[in-house]
Design a protein around this ligand. Structure first.
Ligand SMILES: [Zn+2]
Length: 188
């Protein structure tokens, strides 16, 4: 299945729950995809920094491909990373809980428990394979983003009750936001 790549110059729009494209398992990136991905990178990083966010997975911009971008560096020392076809090859039995949020669920945060340390492999834009080991925020971020490639959202790690409260709150806020937009259009 070929993915229609957005124009490399336009800043891609970040999809919001309950967009169905966030729930689809993405397909692996092939060598044929790499030139288009490379062209897309500047605008995809722009979209992430602008949001602002520290990670953005391809399905969040409507691309059903297995890659994500990440930058955990402070504003003054950006450390952009592109992880293509990432796979977690080891995860610690020790768990860690930290607050997570997601650009596809604006303003919603919850404490999520995941393995504290992980090792993952991924490819870069040239197709070279790398290995990354992480703990703390890095481990959580990689797991959160790989989840996106399988159509999984951080709220799926919550109990159904907590998940529903959060999703209802999001739906209400999104409704109010679109009402506000309609009202300001009507005033003009
Ligand atoms: Zn996310």
């Amino acid at each position: 299945m070929s993915a229609a790549l957005p124009s490399p110059t336009a800043i891609p729009e970040i999809l919001i729950v309950p967009d169905k494209r966030l729930r689809t398992r993405a397909r692996p990136v092939t060598d044929a995809d790499r030139p288009a991905l490379e062209a897309l990178m500047p605008s995809m990083f722009d979209a992430m920094y602008r949001a602002p966010g520290i990670g953005l997975a391809a399905p969040q911009i409507g691309l059903s491909l297995r890659f994500f971008i990440m930058d955990l560096g402070p504003d003054h020392a950006r450390t952009p990373l592109i992880l293509i076809n990432p796979t977690i090859i080891a995860a610690s039995e020790t768990l860690a809980t930290r607050e997570e949020g997601c650009l596809s669920l604006p303003n919603q945060y919850a404490e999520i428990t995941r393995p504290a340390r992980i090792t993952a492999t991924y490819e870069d834009l040239a197709g070279v394979k790398h290995r990354i080991e992480g703990e703390d925020l890095l481990a959580a971020c990689i797991q959160h983003e790989i989840d996106h490639l399988d159509g999984i959202l951080f709220v799926d790690h919550l109990t159904p009750l907590k998940r529903n409260i959060l999703l209802r709150k999001l739906a209400k806020e999104q409704r109010e936001k679109s009402d506000d937009k309609a009202a300001s259009r009507a005033r003009r």
